[in-house]
Design a protein around this ligand. Structure first.
Ligand SMILES: Cc1ncc(COP(=O)(O)O)c(C=O)c1O
Length: 420
């Protein structure tokens, strides 16, 4: 089995940075998310090397994994942040991202969220003409400039899961070409709006650089149009979406190829921005889960584990396939089984038709490549406290998020007087 490079099998036991995963599971319990700072840094280095010599700024997509410790690590590495809600904005600032390094995207920014952004001087990536009017009104009221970028939706369809393509026809995101023209005109006439950038996010888990070349062409065309209208965007933002291999036969998105597409064609004085999420943290996280029962129903074998779709939603939401490996491999022939969680839903299958060595109740399994959109999409469905989260740094494991408790499940709930 091909493993992420921060995991090694030693004496028949999977280790992460020298620590047996059985020990992590024992110390922190299961289910438990485990991340590697070394792997995150390596992914970042890979990104920076691919774009060396190009004026590129990286804004980490907080939604991929908003854990404070991971945000702090990336802020310290000099990254900016891309946020999609007031909550993410406050979280990013709390973790150490300076406001001037944050961009705020999202189709449904509430008034309080826009007010917060304007107050902090954060660049707002506007997604509709109505939002543009709202921001302009707020800026006028305050007697100050609002730095805005426009999110463009030219109708491009990269090859990925339909839920993950966000700049194609039939999606709610951004401004279509006529909308973008009108937005540019409104900004040109405005006394308070300042166009700082143009933004285009194609989607997520894209493995082919071709759609980015088309997106870059489109951005350049819009940039020229903006300049002709007397506006001077400072950045062109190609969003995130760079895919990672979830299966051994898949390749990682070829960042170097994209760098070559844009290298010679960056307008003078313009910064290229990217908003990677998955490609920085995806393969830096695993989910440790314990086998509870092994059963057969109508001739089909099920391995029931203590992590469910509330902990890791991607398989149920996108049909995503994650690799799963036992932490201690028992000898014997491999067999097929569905690895399922305890949730009362048929969709609660962590890995469908997994081929696994012999397993017994109590065994620990590691679900791989869950650092992005794993914990961040978790919920308390079926009244299950969310897992503990642990960060590995130089061979030491740090608890960075406590396992939720039953108290957390009922926090904020009130039994009204008439029921007491
Ligand atoms: C606007 C925007 N930027 C960046 C990202 C990050 O995408 P990825 O994690 O695939 O890099 C997303 C994810 O959906 C997004 O919506």
């Amino acid at each position: 089995m091909f493993l992420p490079n921060w995991l090694t099998a030693y004496d028949g036991i999977l280790h992460a940075e020298g620590i047996p995963l059985t020990q992590i599971a024992g110390d922190f319990g299961t289910p438990c998310y485990l991340y590697s700072t070394a792997r995150i840094r390596e992914n970042l280095k890979h990104f920076r090397e691919a774009f060396a010599g190009i004026p590129v700024e990286l804004h980490y997509a907080v939604k991929a994994n908003p854990l404070g410790a991971i945000l702090r690590l990336l802020a310290r590495e000099g990254l900016g942040a891309e946020v999609v809600s007031g909550g993410e904005l406050l979280r990013a600032m709390w973790a150490g991202f300076p406001p001037e390094k944050i961009v705020f995207t999202g189709v449904g920014k509430a008034v309080w969220e826009l007010e917060l952004a304007l107050e902090k001087g954060i660049r707002v990536v506007v997604e509709s003409l109505e939002e543009l009017r709202t921001v302009e009104g707020m800026a006028r009221e305050r007697g100050r400039y609002a730095p805005v970028a426009l999110r463009l939706n030219p109708g491009l369809s990269p090859e990925t899961h339909p839920h993950l393509a966000t700049a194609r026809e039939g999606t709610k995101f951004g401004l279509d070409p006529p909308g973008a023209e009108r937005a540019l005109e409104s900004i040109r006439r405005s006394e308070t709006l300042r166009l700082v950038g143009l933004h285009l996010h194609l989607g997520s888990q894209i493995l082919d650089p071709e759609p980015y070349a088309a997106a870059w062409e489109y951005l350049l065309g819009m940039y020229r149009g903006a300049r002709e209208a007397g506006l001077s965007p400072e950045f062109l933002d190609l969003g995130g979406g760079f895919g990672i291999p979830y299966a051994p036969e898949e390749r990682r998105f070829p960042l170097g190829e994209l760098a070559e597409v844009i290298r010679e064609r960056i307008p003078e004085g313009v910064t290229v921005m990217f908003e990677p999420g998955r490609s920085l943290v995806g393969d830096a996280g695993i989910l440790l889960t314990r086998v509870l029962y092994i059963k057969e129903v109508h001739g089909k074998r099920y391995v029931v584990v203590d992590a469910g779709m509330n902990d890791l939603l991607r398989p149920a939401l996108y049909g995503a396939r994650h690799r799963i490996v036992p932490v201690v491999k028992r000898p014997g022939p491999e067999r097929e089984a569905d690895i399922v969680g305890p949730i009362c839903e048929n969709a609660d299958v962590l890995v469908r038709e997994a081929v696994v060595p012999p397993l017994e109740p109590g065994d620990i399994l590691a679900v791989l490549d869950v650092g992005a959109y794993g914990s961040s999409m978790s919920s308390q469905y079926n009244s299950r406290p969310r897992p503990a989260e642990v960060l590995l740094h130089w061979g030491k494991a740090y608890l960075v998020r406590e396992r939720e408790t039953i108290k957390d499940l009922i926090r904020g709930e009130i039994i009204p007087e008439f029921l007491r």
